[in-house]
Design a protein around this ligand. Sequence first.
Ligand SMILES: Nc1nc2c(c(=O)[nH]1)N[C@@H](CNc1ccc(C(=O)N[C@@H](CCC(=O)N[C@@H](CCC(=O)N[C@@H](CCC(=O)O)C(=O)O)C(=O)O)C(=O)O)cc1)CN2
Ligand SMILES: [Zn+2]
Length: 767
Amino acid sequence: MNVNLTTHVGGYPRIGRKRELKQALEAFWAGRLDAASLDEAARSLRLRHWQEQKGAGLDFVAVNDFSLYDNMLDLACVLGVVPERFGKANEPVTLDRYFRLARGRARKDGRPDVAPLELTKWFDTNYHYLVPELAQDQAFRFAWDKPVRELREAIEAGHRAKVVLIGPVTFLALSKTPEGDPLDFLRKLLPAYRTLLEALARAGAEWIEIAEPILASRKDGKILTALQQAWNETDGIASVKGLKFLLSVAYGPIGSALETVAALPVDGLHVDATRGQGDLPWLLKNWPVDRVLSLGVVDGRSIWRTNPETWRAVVTTFREQRPQENLWLGGSCSLLHLPHDLGEETTLDTALRSWLSFAKEKLAELVIVAAGEAPVDALAAARAAITSRKQHPGVHNTVLRNTVAALDDKAIRRDTPVAERVTLQRERLGLPLFPTTTIGSFPQTAEIRALRARLRKGIDDETAYQSGLDAALREVIRNQEKLGLDVLVHGEFERTDMVEFFGEKLEGVAVTANGWVQSYGSRCVKPPVIWGEVTRPEPMTVEASRHAQSLTGKPMKGMLTGPITILQWSFVRDDLSRSAVAAQLALAVRAEVADLEAAGIRVIQVDEPGLREGFPLDESERAAYLDWAVRAFRIATSGVRDETQIHTHMCYAEFTDVAGAIAALDADVITLEASRSRMKALGAVIEGGILSEVGPGVWDIHSPRVPEVAEISDLLVRALRVIPADRLWVNPDCGLKTRGWEETRASLKNLVAAAKALREEYAAVEI
Ligand SMILES: Nc1nc2c(c(=O)[nH]1)N[C@@H](CNc1ccc(C(=O)N[C@@H](CCC(=O)N[C@@H](CCC(=O)N[C@@H](CCC(=O)O)C(=O)O)C(=O)O)C(=O)O)cc1)CN2
Ligand SMILES: [Zn+2]
């Protein structure tokens, strides 16, 4: 007879269904909440989230998935990996020290004087982790008992706990060192990791999940050797007695590393059965029946309702081959990347709502797939929802599909070479050498957000909201003119977020009321849901751009989010290829670009910060991705006249490996984040063959620090080594929405001064 299989997840959203953690953190940072209250807020979230897992019927609750800021930062603190600039190595990890690592140390005037750890994308998600920094003589020690405390808390609350730890190989592979390969530190790290495990064992731990997602993106010899070393039985993880270890790999297949993994002395293996479906036949045949095999059947990256019958069928074949107590089910990855609770979405279209499942609903789905006896009603409900989705008229638009299919190479090419185009454009726009601009957003102040909150709550009407925005617009234009910037922006005050804004305007896309997903620290995004065929029912930004342009004699940039970024930062339908959805989005943006041009807008920026993020972890899929991604951008932007200047912008990533694709976008001007790498990445990008003009960022906008004129000049000189003077723009790294006005004005003043000084130098040379 079939029994209910053991269920667990590798992690659960921690920000809180009403973003309670965000509120508590931001109140603590602002000095409005004390440490004890922050601690209490965090504790009550952990207890609530465990209760949700248990209440749904899961066998384990996930412990140590919680974090006040980030799990990689947590593990760095646990292992004593704290760079010298944050104090002596043997100092304890206080809350103050922890947040300094994450956010820098504020001086009396509110500016940080210690640079925080660097933030980077976690695999191919929109979550960002803090990059641990290993010193050349790094020592490791068990320095912080946070995982042990949370384990005790769970046990005291009466839960069966599974402690989740980032594995030593992933930890090191994602860290940075001044020189050499961080994996070389493994032998030195292991004793501290073992001490942590022993402390967990003493506190009553049973199962430990060691997460090694790095295997989804790297399967090279170096990684596999490190993995073997990490698990060896003399001084590795497997030498710790009294615990059971579940090795887990999320975000992709194990593929060619399967044999190596199977030879490790682990008690169980958890795999991503959604992206790693190809691994299942091998596992069915080869994974030892006396060890646990855990299948991640519920997709932690997708908000679409699981098809429980499909998965029950897959699971049945495994049930038949092995003792059922050694077959577990879980999420494909942590549920961190999903919004918390669909129950909060009371205003969503009811049909659409029935197709969806957020983190809390995924727990219930997991239990349905794991049930020994078929839960007939639940299966029928899922079937009905899936059928209603298939039959909905919004998911197929023949006219649109034909338009996409009819796009030929002519439709995606600007015939005149970029060098000729930019010459025309400079003349038309009257731009000086080293033109200055900003990336789009200006500070989203508390006043702007309060304005929007008053509209949402019905305190203000649309007219009052619009007049508030208009005042901010006039102010931001006056500021830019006073600062002497050459190409202006409207500040994006009307946008909550650069993707959500377009999600609200496009047909076939829905936005949620409360579908928050953590992006980094306390910052969240509400990814739109692309559920159907995407069309643009009417112009989205044209009136606002025309109005902004009417308020200044300087060129005002039209400001759009590109098709790849909208795709990448949304939840995307799974019944049509991503490339096809991208093409639909691209046509919508193309129509908007045409309307902006017709309205007299001479410069149009189409942001693509999501381009690099969509780059597949699997090397074999990369070329095809770049091909359709570049094509989507060109569909969006190639419909304009030669004298209309197309800008694009990218940030938050290493661009080296997509340099060729960036060149192939054929934009007129490309602004790139570059200041933190001190222009190092720039050379490689230029070598990709970019013929466009380039604006490498000269101001790191991630902190309130104001760059001096000399620093900016120094960066410009470095940029000039790889970019000819007549193609260099001067701009910040990214938009300024998270900055305050004071540092914004001061930094832009220095930026313009540096550009002017350089102009004078060049004018002198020419005479
Ligand atoms: N989609 C997306 N992904 C991205 C980025 C991005 O910009 N967008 N950038 C990178 C990540 N960087 C990020 C940078 C900042 C924020 C961010 O600031 N998010 C805001 C939310 C933005 C937002 O929607 N703001 C709403 C405010 C919603 C809100 O909290 N309202 C309050 C009341 C208003 C208030 O007093 O604050 C409430 O309802 O209680 C608005 O402007 O209207 C936050 O977490 O605080 C997120 C990601 C990579 N991925
Ligand atoms: Zn940016």
